[in-house]
Design a protein around this ligand. Structure first.
Ligand code: CU
Length: 357
């Protein structure tokens, strides 16, 4: 059976769990409409799956929104390159407030569970904000792969959104299993706090997702050579603040990801991947600094990220690797982060409508 590239996913952080995943959109604002360049196989073209839409249901009483992408038809033994892929879909945030967590799951039309194995990747991008480490990219607020990483709530922290923010959802499916799935849906449940709901919002501190990538601020995917390899990159911190915790994103055959603060000559975290006997990635641990009040970053600090792999296939795997340390950042002066806001694009996007691909 075909196990194409990797399990895209894995990750990190949160009070006990995870933050997660990859795939930065390239994208200068100008390029974006015609070329999102989001997924790892930059420049490759997928057939677009027909009839896949986004449905957003708000449960006001439970303060939860459930996003649902589908239906998707997933024939057995189909690589992500061969699978017709959902178009990019845009969710327009219906509230001013904070998103607290992301709980992904896959179901069929009757609500039965579909294994996470068929999710190659999902990534959420806020089109109204730039990434604080790599402002050439949009803010990547959530991601998950086959491991269906659950981004747990970090009590007291949330991701600030404004009503009308456009969140682009990139979904890529595959099916390495022998079972076909008909009409599968990806659901992501997002608990939120409404800023107008009184005092509760005042208790919440803003977090910013921090994607610290061996590709620095370029495209995350890279070719994985046969045998042992290491790739390193750097990013420079532009704001004072703290990292609440860090996890990692690697693909199959990934061994370790190391995050260092070169300016302070310190290793922030060394994360050893768990893999099965074939080297297929199962998980990457999360290191938390919440208890110590976070790991301090200062403006100008150079962060170095290293990813090591051992590819036993004897072949170079095209776009087979990624190496990203992922965490939540809290700025010392949150008002400075407002500069990362961008004007909305000319609005032809409505929730549920797709972009041209
Ligand atoms: Cu990846």
């Amino acid at each position: 059976m075909i196990k194409e590239i990797a399990i895209c996913g894995t990750f990190l952080l949160a009070a006990t769990t995870a933050l997660a995943q990859d795939k930065p959109a390239t994208a200068s604002r100008e390029m974006q409409h015609t070329h999102h360049g989001g997924f790892m196989q930059e420049g490759m073209h997928h057939a677009v799956a027909k009839g896949v839409t986004l449905d957003a249901k708000v449960d006001a009483a439970a303060h939860t929104v459930t996003l649902r992408v589908g239906p998707m038809n997933l024939p057995a033994h189909t690589s992500h390159m061969k699978m017709p892929q959902p178009p990019d879909l845009v969710w327009e945030v219906p509230v001013d407030g904070w998103l607290l967590a992301y709980h992904p799951k896959l179901v069929d039309a009757s609500g039965n569970a579909v294994p996470g194995t068929v999710l190659h990747h999902v990534a959420f991008w806020n089109e109204n904000r730039a990434d604080f480490l790599c402002p050439n990219k949009e803010e990547h607020i959530f991601g998950a792969g086959s491991e269906m990483t659950d981004w747990a709530e970090v009590p007291g922290y949330g991701y600030r959104v404004q009503k009308g923010d456009k969140i682009r959802i990139e979904t890529m499916m595959y099916n390495p299993t022998a079972t076909s799935y008909d009409k599968a849906y990806l659901e992501v449940q997002i608990p939120f706090v409404d800023a107008s709901a009184g005092s509760v919002g005042k208790m919440i501190q803003n977090v910013y997702p921090a994607w610290m990538d061996v590709a620095s601020c370029g495209n995350s995917g890279y070719d994985l050579p046969a045998g042992k390899s290491e790739k390193t990159g750097t990013v420079t911190v532009k704001y004072d603040g703290v990292l609440l915790g860090v996890g990692g994103h690697l693909h199959d055959y990934g061994k370790q990801i190391v995050l260092q603060d070169v300016s302070r000559k310190e290793t922030v975290a060394t994360l050893d991947a768990q893999a099965d006997a074939q080297g297929l990635l199962e998980s990457v641990p999360v290191k938390l600094f919440v208890q110590e009040g976070g790991y301090k970053f200062a403006t100008g600090d150079v962060l170095k990220i290293s990813a090591t792999y051992d590819n036993p296939t004897g072949k170079l795997l095209r776009d087979g690797a990624m190496g990203i340390a992922v965490g939540y950042f809290v700025a010392a002066d949150d008002t400075k982060m407002a500069a990362l806001r961008r004007n909305s694009k000319p609005s032809h996007d409505m929730a549920g409508m797709s972009h041209d691909h």
